[in-house]
Design a protein around this ligand. Structure first.
Ligand code: XIL
Length: 355
């Protein structure tokens, strides 16, 4: 009996989504107060976001853009693209001195053909630094870091809305900065230096610091705040902070905490992006249906925080189909593996429409 009820409810959710996607309510009687919102055929995340002045983005992989379903959903729903990994240093320059921009160029070309903006991701990240840098002296390393930033930003100059200049530089505990190859060879000043070089290399790009785990109000968020506050006080050119938002439906920062954190970053004059959002459900209890509902509610509520914060400019999801997510074994995104919208999709759409 329980199974039958679950299947039935799942069907109702699917029908509601199909109705919203198809805009099939337009010839119905006016909606009563308890009726679900009726969508028009022109609905998409990007059009709803534009109505709120928000960019709606996704991470993509160049090799998937030619797949019809992937391409259809990417082009229909999003107006802001991030390369999931193909603009990172280890992909561009796996061997010292020979740079290959082909994959990143494919993404940039696709974005341009679709009238989408591009987020540059990311110039300095310990997780995507080519291994050949390990053998370099501090002086050599300083020089190749400088050359890397200048070469990549010059290659894409004028085409990138915002660059993640430094990614995940803050330690989760202990000293403020993570003990990366950058800090070991260059000292703490490598962050300020990177932002200064970045501003010179492409003055038209917004410059962002991007990190995870500091979305709400907690010690990591305080560390991010301290870092960017110090950078600003030192005259370092920084325009914004990306809050990655890799969260779980079963234990996420509260809306109030995310809103307060965004507000205090805005108080420093910074722009805020939700930069890599996905919401895990495999660790949530309950039925499949209740997990998907918890995911819908979480997506809705977090996106709504951005909608309500004037300095929150963009929401980027870390992919859009559960068929292609870095969180293998989970289903953290807005579309299922068959590219059908999940309840989470409707949650985001509702929030972007101010509901
Ligand atoms: C991840 C990508 O999703 C993977 O495909 C890649 O192998 C490793 O990086 N924080 C970030 C992103 O800033 O660049 C990471 O992306 C996820 C965590």
């Amino acid at each position: 009996m329980t199974k039958r009820l679950d299947a039935c409810s799942t069907t109702i959710v699917a029908l509601a989504i199909a109705s919203a996607m198809a805009g099939c309510g337009s010839d119905r009687a006016p909606a009563g107060p308890s009726s679900p919102p009726i969508s028009t055929p022109s609905d998409s995340l990007k059009s709803a976001g534009a109505g709120q002045g928000k960019l709606v983005g996704t991470a993509v992989q160049s090799g998937l853009l030619s797949q019809p379903q992937y391409n259809t959903v990417a082009s229909r729903e999003f107006n802001y693209l991030t390369a999931e990994y193909q603009m990172k240093w280890n992909v561009i320059e796996p061997n010292r001195g020979s740079r290959d921009f082909s994959a990143g160029d494919a993404i940039a070309g696709y974005a341009a053909s679709q009238g989408m903006r591009i987020k540059g991701h990311t110039l300095l990240w310990h997780g995507a630094t080519p291994s050949w840098v390990d053998a370099l002296s501090a002086d050599e390393f300083r020089s190749v870091v400088d050359q890397h930033i200048r070469a990549v930003m010059s290659h894409y100059r004028g085409r990138i809305h915002a660059w993640d200049v430094v990614n995940e530089a803050i330690a989760d505990n202990g000293p403020l900065l993570r003990d990366t190859v950058f800090r070991q060879k260059l000292g703490d000043r490598y962050i300020a230096d990177a932002f200064r070089v970045a501003r010179e290399a492409d003055p038209s790009a917004l410059l962002f610091y991007n990190d995870y785990g500091g979305e709400g109000t907690n010690a990591k968020a305080d560390r991010i705040y301290t870092l960017v506050q110090d950078l600003i006080a030192s005259g370092v050119p920084i325009d914004g902070v990306g809050l990655q938002m890799h969260i779980s439906a079963s234990g996420r920062p509260s809306d109030a905490a995310i809103a307060a954190n965004m507000r205090r970053l805005a108080g420093l004059g910074l722009i805020v992006h939700i930069s890599e959002m996905d919401i895990r459900i495999s660790d949530a209890g309950g039925t499949d249906q209740s997990r998907l509902e918890a995911q819908r509610a979480a997506y809705h509520d977090v996106v709504r925080v951005c909608v309500l914060e004037p300095r929150c400019e963009a929401i980027t999801f870390w992919g859009f189909t559960d068929a292609h997510t870095w969180l293998t074994g989970d289903r953290p995104l807005l579309f299922d593996t068959a590219y059908q919208p999940k309840p989470a999709y409707l949650g985001v759409l509702d929030a972007l429409r101010g509901r």
